[in-house]
Design a protein around this ligand. Sequence first.
Ligand code: SAH
Length: 259
Amino acid sequence: MSALGSLTVVGLGPGPDRWLTPEVADVLAHSTDLVGYGPYLDRIPHSAFHRRHGSDNRVELSRARLALDLAVSGRRVALVSGGDPGVFAMASALFEALESADDPAWAEVPVRVCPGVSAMLAAAARVGAPLGHDFCVLSLSDNLKPWDLVLKRLRLAAEGDFVIALYNPISKARPWQLGAALDTLRTLKDPATPVVLARAVGRHDEDVTITTLADCDPATADMRTLVLIGSSQTRLLPKGKDGDVWVYTPRGYAAVEDR
Ligand code: SAH
């Protein structure tokens, strides 16, 4: 067997290269093999030094196993996600593969996880500071968990008055979930609660809509949309004369500040 390689789990950020950290750029430049979902690999400039192992979105565990096998064979592997690799992404899939320990040699592979800019951070920055106080994050995908659990978490997040960030709000295979989630939240929260639909943030076709819980149209979202739903404290601040607004959540609750 050749000398052991390495496996580095990286996130590319939500879109443009300027949101890719210098650390991740360095890892990509020094990797021999890139493993990941095809469209993410397409974002990395081609180089004669890389071998690319693109795959379908639904095969995370086999992709992690492939990355481990390549590292065992001596390759320097970058396992690539969008955004941050630990947020609904490949880092967990890698540790699941490692825990299953299909191959004892995997345990010897030097593994590192590099952080990235997650979509909710880019979306929040676009509109101001909606995540400035306590918030919670859910994936609306019920591919990997039961829908009842999604609804329970939404109800409890509303009860806890968290700002809520929703990943994977909708897809061709899951067309109704966002509408159902909004219907649940409408029974629990003020209809005037600010809602942000941030689509393809940082991309050429970016489209950010600021609306309210009452008016939010799930058809405005697609699989590249990040949804932010305000807490009772989240508010709009006029930007200037043209009707544009910032969305922000103050650092504290008024009653506490006055004490
Ligand atoms: N690891 C990624 C999330 C992967 S889940 C991260 O940290 O961002 C995929 C979901 O991320 C999408 O359904 C969408 O909700 C969100 N997303 C990814 N890129 C985005 C972008 N550029 N703009 C808005 N949302 C995005």
